[in-house]
Design a protein around this ligand. Sequence first.
Ligand code: GLU
Length: 341
Amino acid sequence: MRRTRWFVWLVVVVAMVGAACGEADDPTTATGGDDNEAGSTTAAPTFDAGTTMARIQQKGEITVGVKYDQPGFGQQDPATGEVEGFDVEIAKLIAVAILGGDVDSVEDKIEFVESVSKNREPFIQDGRVDIVVATYTINDTRKQVIDFAGPYFVAKQDIMVRKDDTSIKAVDDLNGKKVCTAKGSTSEKNIRAKAPRADVLLFDGYDECKEALVDERVVAVSTDNTILAGYVDRSPDELKLVDNPFSDEPYGIGLKKGDEAFRDFLNDRLEEIFEGGQWGDAFESTLGQLGLETPDTPTLDRYGAAGGATTSTTGTGGTGGAGGSGSTSTTGASSTSSSTG
Ligand code: GLU
């Protein structure tokens, strides 16, 4: 009898401790203002009237340009229509700071819009999107028409070839060969500068380039190493990375030119998620799944309001963007010239 009572008490105490732990882990019970842990909620702050943040709050939704065809960064699941990747996670973390809630609930308040490389500046300029988070390299050419917060990541341009290819080891080797990249990308500009005799095939997106490589219409695809890593991860028996990078590609969040209050807000939020660990969590749950190690957080470039000043972190800036010369594909796949890159 005595033994039985002792056992009942033990069960009660264990149940109480368990309930208390469960409560602490429950995201819905987290208090507003602390969103440093994944799943925790934050209250929507109050912004000065007339700011972009206040306008977004008023419409109850943020519109974000992302890629739909880039594994690891922005990829649409054809079955559900949902987009996922590191850029998508960054967009959610920005949205939480404006609209409140948590990274899961805020999804309902984000309108994702597919942005290919060449339409990122126009989408920002004509107000189609509030921000672009789409493997978007910060450079001085682009800063003439839009502004950037960040960088929130620094990639490097590299080359992807078929698994059995041993002829391409560096960017010079692309001279005289067919290589594919996207219209309006810095990748095109860099290939034209570093392998001027390459025969460049241009498409709107990198998926089409990957198909062209598999079908042997080109011998290589060149763009940021992290984008290529996503394709190699999906087809390791068919594709490989040359792994000889030849540029720095600091990724920024694109926003309307001259909106200094919004740019400061975005940079402050990036700093907050760098320091609070959400940036690292976002990396691990997306690019980390492709085997990429979480890098150090980059140094933000809070450049002056004039916009065009050369920045310390933009390795490819200042020499004109991709397609700035109005170049077109020499293989006939592309009939339109690229926008500014
Ligand atoms: N990061 C480069 C760019 O912004 C290449 C990747 C892309 O096209 O998004 O142009």
